[in-house]
Design a protein around this ligand. Structure first.
Ligand SMILES: [Zn+2]
Length: 277
């Protein structure tokens, strides 16, 4: 699920700023962004500065919203007793012929897992994360929050459903590079004489769209978990807490996508001015 780490999504800005200050030596830093120091012939940057301020505000608003969703998820109740969750998990594995080891982690059993995974398992043991690892064919959830496993098994099922879903699952690794990539695309377009206005004007939506595969794949993983719970436990089960928890987790991904959009727009506004070349 990794949603608890979503706050990290917003730390990309600082990396971005470092990149830009390296790009533009002729700059003073003001708050978190660089403002070009222009000669008389350069356009006044007030408009860009105002836009950047607003985007900075939006970014911190998104960060707060993400933390709020993360807290909701942490405080969320389990929808069913652990043995019912295990029953659903077993059915998901069986019905989909998954070759996946399903484990519930507590502080005492971390040592039995491969060493490469132990750092990430500490958070799982604390109840702060859950994950599916495709390389290790392992799905883990906290022992105290077993219901997270149904979402992780949703990922495991997605990974068996063809190349597109598999790509969508892995595409998140590019997220941190998107704003810089959008900025570089505008600079390369400028340098080769191609009009870069389209990229500049749509940097926000381009950034968001780059994260959309992740948002969709996360939602699909949750829907698979909810559907399996409904099928196995029947109408008697109260799925509302499960749906609420999964919605909170999904919102952190939606917010992260908006964050990539905001960061991309900021990158272009603060570093993509062709007059700065
Ligand atoms: Zn997930």
């Amino acid at each position: 699920m990794s949603s608890v780490n979503s706050v990290n999504n917003f730390q990309n800005y600082s990396n971005l700023q470092n990149f830009q200050s390296r790009q533009n030596k002729n700059a003073v830093t003001f708050g978190q962004y660089s403002e070009p120091v222009g000669g008389k012939d350069e356009p006044k940057p007030e408009k860009a500065v105002l836009a950047l301020l607003l985007l900075q505000l939006a970014a911190s608003g998104l960060e707060k919203a993400s933390r709020w969703c993360g807290d909701k998820l942490m405080a969320g109740k389990e929808f069913a007793p652990a043995q019912d969750v295990v029953k659903v998990a077993q059915r998901m594995v069986g019905d989909n012929k998954l070759n996946v080891d399903v484990q519930f982690v507590n502080p005492h059993n971390i040592r039995k897992f491969p060493e490469a995974l132990r750092d990430s398992l500490v958070k799982v043991a604390r109840g702060e994360n859950a994950f599916y690892n495709d390389a290790f064919k392992l799905a883990v959830a906290p022992e105290k929050k077993p219901s997270l496993i149904l979402h992780e098994l949703g990922h495991a099922i997605n990974s068996t459903k063809g190349k597109l879903l598999k790509f969508m699952q892995k595409s998140r690794i590019y997220k941190a590079y998107v704003p810089t990539a959008v900025l570089m695309a505008t600079q390369m377009a400028d340098e080769s004489g191609i009009k870069s206005d389209f990229i500049k004007n749509n940097a926000g939506i381009i950034g968001f769209l780059s994260f959309l595969p992740t948002i969709l794949e996360e939602g699909l993983a949750s829907l698979r978990g909810i559907k399996a719970a409904k099928n196995v436990l029947g109408k008697a089960a109260n799925l509302k807490p499960l749906k609420r928890n999964y919605l909170a987790a999904w919102l952190t991904y939606l917010i992260a996508g908006l964050g990539v959009g905001v960061a991309s727009k900021m990158a272009v506004l603060s570093g993509g001015n062709p007059n700065n070349k």
